[in-house]
Each structure stands twice: as structure tokens, then as C-alpha cells.
Design a protein around this ligand. Structure first.
Ligand SMILES: Cc1cc2nc3c(=O)[nH]c(=O)nc-3n(C[C@H](O)[C@H](O)[C@H](O)COP(=O)(O)O)c2cc1C
Length: 137
């Protein structure tokens, strides 16, 4: 088990691309939510959660949310980053998710990381820089 976990859900692969780049640069364990339980997720102190926009609110990404809500209130003291891909608008689902995070007693890392649809080469550069900072967070 590594120090850092990147765990994500994806519908069409865009958030997965982000997750893979992030895991590589942070030297993290990488799992989808089907591959790791909420309980095992909580064994890590540094966690990056990835979930794409499936509506204006975070909860509308139901597959991810049903898994995530089992650990949401158990994240006290964890170092947490959030990321994901979206299709349009200004990332309302991510604002909603970050707002939920701000209610928790977590050590929340920076502004969330977003990419519009598949990450562009600029997005990938951002992801690598974000990951490098998260690694030393
Ligand atoms: C059912 C559904 C609902 C979506 N709702 C939104 C939305 O409310 N806002 C948005 O920006 N993108 C929305 N999208 C677009 C996805 O967030 C976007 O295509 C994203 O890149 C998908 O990421 P993924 O490939 O990791 O699944 C929606 C896509 C689907 C399939």
C-alpha cells in the first residue's frame, strides 16, 4: 500500500485519464470505486477523489455518490483533493462538492482540478503540476 490513493468513477473515460496522470505523478495507488471499499479507502491519509459532472449538483453522479457517502463523514484529518471532468457551464457540480468538503474537518487541498471533456495537453500539464504539489502537501 502506498501513502497516497487516487480513487475515481468515470462514465466515458475522461476522469479516468485525469486519475491515471495524477496517480503517476503522485506515485499513488489507483483504483475505481468498484475496486476499493469505502473502508479500505480510509486506510490512506492522502486521498484524491475523482468524479465527473452528471448534473448541477455533486449528488447527481449517483454511482459515485452512493459509494462516497459511506465515507464522507469519516474523512476527519485526511489530506483530500478532488477532481473530475465536465461538459459545459462553469463546473457547478464541483462548486457543490467543494462546498460539502468545506463543511468537513478535512485538510482540503487547493481549488479542485477540472478538465472540460477529455483532458487537453494543457489540462495534462495542469494535472501534473497539481499532482506534484499534492505529493508534497
Ligand atoms: C447523464 C449525464 C449528465 C451530465 N450532466 C452534466 C452536467 O450537468 N454538467 C456538465 O458540465 N457536464 C455534464 N455531463 C457531461 C460529462 O460531465 C462530461 O462528458 C465528462 O467529460 C464525463 O466524464 P467521464 O468521461 O469521466 O465520465 C453529463 C454527462 C452525462 C452522461
Amino acid at each position: 500500500m502506498k501513502d497516497t490513493l487516487v480513487v475515481y468513477w468515470t462514465a466515458t473515460g475522461n476522469t479516468e485519464e485525469m486519475a491515471k496522470a495524477l496517480a503517476q505523478v503522485t506515485d499513488a495507488d489507483l483504483y475505481t470505486i468498484d475496486e476499493i471499499s469505502p473502508e479500505d479507502t480510509l486506510k490512506y491519509d492522502k486521498i484524491a477523489f475523482g468524479c465527473p459532472a452528471m448534473g448541477d449538483t455533486f449528488e447527481e453522479a449517483e454511482e459515485f455518490f452512493e459509494w462516497y457517502e459511506q465515507l464522507e463523514y469519516k474523512l476527519d484529518g485526511k489530506k483530500v483533493a478532488i477532481f473530475g471532468s465536465f461538459g459545459w457551464g462553469s463546473g457547478e457540480w464541483m462548486e457543490d462538492w467543494a462546498e460539502r468538503m468545506s463543511q468537513l474537518d478535512v485538510n482540503f487541498f487547493e481549488e479542485p482540478l477540472m478538465a472540460n471533456e477529455a483532458p487537453s495537453s494543457d489540462d495534462l500539464e495542469n494535472i501534473l503540476a497539481f499532482g506534484a504539489r499534492f505529493k508534497s502537501f
